[in-house]
Design a protein around this ligand. Structure first.
Ligand code: PEP
Ligand code: CO
Length: 464
């Protein structure tokens, strides 16, 4: 049975393929969509060999810890907040950019933790989100056809033949930029910058400035009281790690399988394989084929795996994928990230949930309210409307509550900067404002204000 006859993929799906033993390169026996075409194969192989010898970016113990937290979120005793750029850029790998993105996620997390009365797992689309799937392999401008931009890990965005040529040196550059980003993230979160008191002080500032601020004052002052109470009874926020430090996890789409393979390492403690390019990696909506290379690769690594699901899916294929990726039906292994759009979520999410429930599949349900709500503005910018984003999140909570399942997380494209890429929000960004600071190299992101506005609104949904 398919999710919807209209959207049944027209390619035949072989549901019962025989899989050989997994190895970190067994994906090569399956078709891999959305890969770059490297003109110099020898240079490409050499770069991958070099990455294989470089240190992993994250450690298996951290990945296992995240899996435990995600298992809690799947059961409703924690909540996942995942956010960051659509596509990171090498030129934006700077301390201020990384700090501002981390800061807005930490600020959102405090609001959600207090309102939801449960720990919030803080996860960036960061330190590795450098490769993008594209709807078309080429782009035409003024009659000239060139390869599409596939992220800084592959080529450059500028529209010239030279810029759009895939350059494998960029894989290595992506590795080092990811390592630098992670390094500063670890320093910020452990060095006192992410203390609860600091984050709360930023939130107070936001509440003061925001046009919607009045309606957030109650929540902010409740948090203030809780902090004061802790201090009065003798907790020194600077010396309690739970208050002075934060855990921040990294994630990106596992798209370029040669790169992901090069960072896949066997854990010496357990003998299991982990993709040590990030804590969580996800499968995009375009590379989610049961018989495709991405599923084959990810079945063998023990990271938590995100899976995007949009309107174009086949229910039988999804169920078969779940069996391949999570044969033991472990909690914490799979995060289903639905991205239907505000008008389609009501039609697609309930049957998806019911099918998962019928099969007894243990997953964490998260909502990406961005990718199903993209449109082109009259001023010709790719944008998203704040109210559409909010509407999809509201439906997500309502539908899960009426189905008796757990709305366990949210997934945003956001930045800590004051960009004008999505319309609406308390700042009332209008169509004609988009040109003021439209800086994304791919999809439009929520700015810091819009992100915090959303957090306060989601707080209400969590409380209910
Ligand atoms: C993305 O998350 O940037 C993306 C491309 O999403 P999706 O695979 O859901 O289209
Ligand atoms: Co995107």
């Amino acid at each position: 049975m398919s999710a919807d006859q209209i959207d049944t993929p027209n390619h035949p799906i072989n549901m019962s393929i025989h899989r050989e033993t997994w190895s970190k390169d067994s994906w090569k026996n399956y078709p891999a969509l959305q890969q770059a075409e490297w003109p110099d194969q020898e240079a490409y192989e050499k770069i991958l060999r070099q990455i294989t010898t470089l240190p992993p970016l994250v450690f298996a113990g951290e990945i296992r810890k995240l899996k435990t937290l995600l298992a809690d979120a799947a059961k409703g005793t924690a909540f996942l907040l995942q956010g960051g750029d659509c596509a990171e850029e090498f030129s934006e790998c700077t301390a201020p950019t990384i700090r501002e993105t981390m800061k807005v996620i930490l600020q959102m997390a405090v609001v959600l933790t207090y309102a939801g009365e449960k720990p919030v797992i803080k996860m960036g689309r960061i330190a590795g989100q450098y490769a993008k799937p594209r709807s078309k392999p080429t782009e035409i401008q003024n009659g000239v056809e060139l390869p599409s931009f596939r992220g800084d890990m592959v080529n450059a965005g500028e529209f010239s033949a030279e810029a759009r040529r895939a350059d494998c040196q960029r894989l290595l550059t992506a590795y080092f930029h990811s390592a630098s980003s992670l390094n500063i993230l670890r320093a910020f979160t452990r060095g006192g910058y992410a203390s609860l008191e600091k984050v709360h002080a930023w939130n107070k500032e936001f509440v003061k400035q925001s046009a919607e601020g009045k309606s957030y004052e109650k929540l902010a002052s409740d948090i203030e009281k809780a902090l004061t109470f802790m201090k009065v009874i003798g907790f020194d926020p600077q010396s309690v790690p739970q208050l002075s430090e934060a855990y921040f996890y990294t994630s990106h789409e596992a798209l370029l399988l040669g790169y992901e393979q090069a960072l896949t390492r066997q854990d010496s403690l357990t003998g299991k394989w982990y993709d040590c390019s990030a804590h969580l990696v996800w499968i995009g909506d375009r590379t989610r084929q049961l018989n495709g290379a991405h599923i084959e690769f990810l079945r063998g690594v023990h990271n938590p795996i995100g899976m995007k699901i949009g309107p174009d899916h086949d229910m039988d294929e999804i169920k078969a994928i779940m069996d391949v990726l999570n044969p033991e039906n472990q909690f914490g292994r799979i995060v289903i990230i639905t991205r239907f759009g505000k008008d389609k979520i009501g039609r697609y999410l309930p049957p998806l949930i019911r099918n998962f429930q019928k099969e007894g599949l243990n997953v964490l349900w998260s909502c990406d309210p961005m990718h199903g709500n993209t449109y082109t503005s009259e001023s010709n910018f790719k944008t998203r409307n704040f109210n559409d984003i909010l509407s999809e999140i509201r439906s997500f909570f309502e539908i899960h509550r009426s189905e008796g399942t757990v709305p366990g997380g949210v997934h945003f494209e956001l930045t800590g900067k004051d960009v004008t890429e999505c319309v609406g929000g308390a700042q009332e960004i209008m169509d004609h404002h988009l040109q003021n600071n439209y800086a994304t190299s791919c999809d439009p992101r929520l700015n810091a204000q819009q992100s915090l506005d959303l957090a306060f609104m989601i707080a209400d949904m969590l409380k209910k």
